[in-house]
Every structure is written in C-alpha cells, then in structure tokens.
Design a protein around this ligand. Structure first.
Ligand code: ZN
Length: 185
C-alpha cells in the first residue's frame, strides 16, 4: 500500500523517533508499505517519520545511483539505529528529500560512518559505510531524530528558499506521488 509522504512543516517530521521492539503493531506491513512508497516516489531512502510514524526506522536502496565504487547498491532496513562514529573528509553533496520536493542544496557531511542497528528480524549489526551509502544513511538517520537536510544549510541559503518551504507546507508543490499537507487531508 502506498502511504502519503508528509510535507515539510508537519510537526511529526520534527519529532525524535522512539526505538521500537518486534511487537510494534503492524511492523512488517509498515516496512513493506515503506518500500512500495519509496519506489513509487523514486526515492533512495525513506524514514518512518516521513510516513507519519515517529519511530527509529528507515530504509535505503542506493541501487538507483548505479554500481560504482561510491555506491554498491545497498538495500537495507535500519531499526533503532545509532551512528557511533563519523569520520573522514567532509564533502558537499546536493541532497533532496521527498518531504521537501523541488529543493536541492549542498550539504556538508563526513564521508565515513559506523552505525549500529537492528535489521527487520531484530538482529543487531555494526557496519561501516562511506560515499553515497553513508550520505543516504546520514540523511535518513537525521529524519529519525527530527532533523531535515535544510537544517544543515547556511542562514543565507535558508532565507533564499524560505518562500519555497512555506509553499510546500501549504500544499503548493506539484509532485507525482501522494503527499500529506500539514493540517490537511
Ligand atoms: Zn528526506
């Protein structure tokens, strides 16, 4: 089932996602629906808060970047993730977000990270990522702590896109996927 994606301005996008247990109601259906929703919207990652669930869960599939040295097509479910360490050179990459359509801005982040997480079977893993996979994880992880990529850009750039953000929150952005506007239906 395709779920509506929350638009910028929705307070749920600002909540810190809580850790969950295998007993979380409807978890496997939620994960399945998140995959369907992400692919329908041509995304490479989706976090549960974006579909209205303030929990620590996100999915990524970097396959759309193609198989390069930077992106090896990582497809994975991350539950109760904690980034333990970020390191390496900081680099700029133009990020976008399904909750913030038609805005892309360079965000400066570390190139490497170590993350501890549980998979969909609640098995715990510790993994190292770099390049584009690390980038997508950092972006989605941020969603689970109530942070959006536009929080990382300069005040000047934020002022320049302020009206666009207001427009998105009012339902003015045209997208070819299902969106939910704050206080709307
Ligand atoms: Zn996003």
């Amino acid at each position: 089932m395709i779920l509506p994606i929350l638009a910028y301005g929705d307070p749920i996008l600002r909540k810190k996602g809580i850790d969950i247990t295998p007993e979380y109601p409807g978890l496997s259906a939620l994960i399945e629906n998140m995959w369907e929703t992400m692919y329908e919207a041509s995304g490479v990652g989706l976090a549960a808060p974006q579909v209205g669930k303030a929990i620590n869960l996100f999915i990524i599939d970097t396959g759309a970047f193609g198989e390069t040295e930077e992106a090896t097509g990582e497809k994975r479910v991350f539950i109760n993730a904690k980034i333990l360490e970020e390191s390496g050179e900081k680099w700029d990459y133009e990020e976008g977000c399904l909750s913030i359509p038609h805005i892309r801005e360079n965000v400066n982040r570390h190139s490497n990270l170590v993350i501890e997480y549980q998979d969909e079977f609640f098995k715990t893993h510790t993994a190292t990522y770099n390049g584009l996979a690390a980038r997508v994880i950092q972006h989605e992880y941020d969603h689970c702590i109530g942070v959006l990529f536009v929080d990382h850009i300069s005040q000047l750039k934020k002022r320049l896109i302020k009206n666009k953000l207001i427009n998105i929150s009012k339902g003015g952005a045209r997208v070819d996927y299902k969106m939910r506007i704050p206080n709307g239906r």
